[in-house]
Design a protein around this ligand. Structure first.
Ligand SMILES: *Cc1c(COP(=O)(O)O)cnc(C)c1O
Length: 226
């Protein structure tokens, strides 16, 4: 491999970071990307890598050079919990009591506490992952007492649409929920992170209050077909 094959990724990351308002964390959505591509993004100063699949994260993990947090941003299946708990620094996609309980049990066994975000289905789409906004508070209250996890905030994807105002509405509703829950000061719940916005929508998401954005193609280039 030529030495600077992926320098464009490093430059893209630097450019996005340069324009990022302070207090907003850039997470690089790395699905389908190689360890070398992920290393290039870390070289550019990105401190969080987001992976959709447990297996893919594990496959690239040891070949990545540089240090970054690893976040799970894809749906977590029950049978992948054990592995996920070993690999990830944060799980952004908790959307049921059962998955939270499974994560907690495994973490308790390992003597650690996993920071998690609750994934909000802000588009109210039936076949989507995440929990609908109306049910988020109840879920947070239920999972708050689990000893092996700590709720740190909310994550949402929002509607898959080109309608900018519809996407903005999803972000706005999620931010309102985030603020409402934050002021409740629920014991053991620290509402600090609001993860929303992707390549096409992150500027809107930041305007609506996101403090973590997940950007893939704008950093790495067009996605390869899996
Ligand atoms: C792929 C992905 C992203 C980034 O998408 P881009 O459009 O490539 O920026 C963000 N969040 C999640 C959950 C993703 O799966």
């Amino acid at each position: 491999m030529e030495k600077d094959k992926y320098s464009y990724i490093t430059e893209n990351a630097k450019e996005i970071l340069r324009d990022m308002p302070s207090g907003v964390t850039l997470s690089a959505a790395a699905k389908t990307r190689s360890a070398e591509e992920i290393s290039a993004v870390i070289k550019g100063g990105v401190e969080v890598i987001g992976q959709n699949y447990v297996q893919e994260a594990e496959d690239t993990l040891h070949a990545v050079s540089g240090k970054a947090e690893l976040h799970l941003i894809g749906h977590l299946q029950r049978n992948k919990v054990n592995k996920a708990v070993h690999i990830f620094d944060m799980i952004e996609t908790v959307d049921s009591y059962d998955i939270a309980d499974a994560i907690s049990k495994k973490c308790e066994f390992l003597g650690k506490i996993m920071p998690v975000l609750i994934e909000v289905n802000s588009g109210h789409e039936e076949q989507k992952n995440g929990i609908v906004p109306e049910d988020v508070l109840e879920l947070i209250k239920r999972v708050a007492s689990l000893p092996g996890i700590k709720v740190k905030g909310l994550m949402t994807i929002g509607l898959f649409t080109d309608n900018a105002e519809e996407i903005r509405g999803c972000f706005r509703e999620t931010k309102r929920l985030f603020d409402d829950i934050k002021v409740m000061n629920i014991p053991k719940v620290e509402m600090e992170i609001l993860s929303m916005g992707m390549s096409a929508s992150y500027k809107k998401a930041i305007e609506e209050g996101a403090n973590m954005v997940r950007i893939g193609s704008k950093i790495f280039g067009p996605r390869r077909v899996r």
